[in-house]
Design a protein around this ligand. Structure first.
Ligand code: HEC
Length: 140
């Protein structure tokens, strides 16, 4: 680029200002809403989510002792109970628990842990999208 000195300083100012705004906004960018997290999984999966498939995945066992329902309940609109510790777990369906699926890193962490417990492997993006799309159909 062949910029005049004035343009060069303007250019640097704009870069600095946007760089700063980007840094300031970064923590905000982590906060999400469930539909955004679903959109992320759907994009990764490359096909639309199927709520019925999500319900099926959630309520059946995958070769191990527990299903997702073992801790979260068959219809996770109420508090669940941890299958081994007995500790209460807040409702998983977002319409019944506004904290749910608002932090992509937290959602990922628990999907990883719970899918490993239930299926002995991580869930695929399509499975996560299916489960979340089903949870979003559960309304009061
Ligand atoms: C052994 C008990 C247990 C089983 C089985 C289980 N979960 Fe969980 N799950 C938890 C606990 C404990 C938490 C974290 C505590 C909390 O957030 O209330 C959690 C949290 C989650 C979250 C975090 C949601 C968010 O963003 O707040 C997701 C998603 C989730 N579970 C999905 C699943 C799926 C899918 C399965 C089946 C593959 C499953 N869980 C099976 C215990 C379990």
């Amino acid at each position: 680029m062949n910029l005049s000195p004035l343009h060069q300083s303007t250019f640097r100012f704009v870069v600095a200002a946007f760089g700063f705004a980007g840094a300031a906004l970064a923590p905000v960018a982590q906060a999400a809403i469930p539909s955004e997290i679903l959109a992320g999984y759907t994009a990764q999966a490359g096909s639309p989510a199927a709520p019925a498939r999500g319900q099926q995945f959630f309520t059946t066992r995958h070769g191990r002792e527990w299903s997702c329902s073992s801790c979260h309940g068959t219809v996770p609109t109420q508090d669940g109970k941890h299958a081994s510790t007995g500790k209460s777990i807040g409702a998983l369906a977002p319409a019944f628990n506004p904290q749910r699926f608002t932090d992509a890193a937290k959602t990922e962490k628990w999907f990883r842990r719970n899918c490993n417990d239930v299926a002995g492997r991580e869930c695929t993006p399509a499975e996560k999208a299916d489960v979340l799309s089903w949870l979003l159909t559960l309304k009061p």
